[in-house]
Ligand binder design. Structure first.
Ligand code: C5P
Length: 230
């Protein structure tokens, strides 16, 4: 039986947020944002272990008290480097066929329902895949003056979210092959090897906190999720 492991790359500085601390440590409903991110995995029985990947000089991390969580101070210059360092660090304790779910530290509103959908739809897949949502807005290509150069067809375009779920050995090989400067997500590295990751339907609530207004929206979504669980 293949096991499911989670890697949370959390070594970014979150400069677009313009906050005094990295965005994963901003307070959200009374606790650090990253503690919300961890909770859906902590409580899921199919998740074996969670590895939080921090910058070596991170001074903000506080434990969430879960025995499932292990902190690895192996953050790199890019997200891809952080993930590859994490995959290398756990290589001796996992099987190459075990699943690794990579999930952004700053994506705190992943629901149990979406996590179940991802695990179910990919359980027997040979490649793996990711949560994603079809693009809803009309897309404009800008010129250098920030005027519309042209309208891009949105048909067939999806926005990649996380978790992104791939076998440990395949993802490690893919990130080694593509180089850690290039990919902005794990799927891109898998594509580089010639594979086609599966797109599993996510939803807009699974947002990544990037700009200040996203934090307020994440608070509303989490508040709503908590009320529905009561
Ligand atoms: O900056 P962005 O929102 O794209 O970062 C996505 C995730 O990758 C965040 O959880 C961030 O902490 C992480 N990251 C990392 N190491 C880096 C850069 C980003 O772990 N060098």
């Amino acid at each position: 039986m293949r096991k499911n492991y989670v890697l949370i790359p959390a070594a970014g500085s979150g400069s677009r947020m313009g906050s005094e601390r990295p965005k994963q440590y901003l307070q959200l409903l009374g606790k650090p944002l990253i503690h919300h991110t961890l909770s859906v995995f902590e409580t899921h029985p199919a998740i074996e272990r969670i590895f939080v990947l921090l910058s070596p000089d991170d001074t903000y991390w506080t434990t969430c008290g879960s025995k499932k969580v292990t902190v690895l101070r192996c953050g790199g210059e890019t997200r891809a480097e952080t993930v590859l360092n994490g995959l290398n660090a756990i290589a001796d304790s996992v099987d190459e066929h075990d699943w690794v779910l990579v999930h952004d530290a700053a994506r705190p509103c992943l629901s149990r329902e979406l996590l179940d959908r991802l695990l179910d739809e990919l359980a027997n897949d040979s490649v793996g895949g990711l949560l994603a949502v079809p693009v809803a807005d009309t897309l404009k290509r800008a010129d250098k003056q920030q005027r519309v150069d042209r309208t891009e067809p949105r048909e067939g375009l999806w926005r990649a979210q996380t978790p992104q779920m791939f076998p440990h050995g395949l993802l490690r090989k893919a990130l080694q092959a593509i180089g850690t400067d290039a990919p902005t997500d794990e799927a891109q590295a898998i594509e580089f090897l010639g594979h086609a990751p599966k797109l599993v339907l996510g939803d807009g609530h699974n947002l990544k906190v990037t700009y200040p207004e996203d934090l307020a929206m994440a608070g509303l979504i989490l508040g709503d999720m908590e009320n529905n669980n009561d």
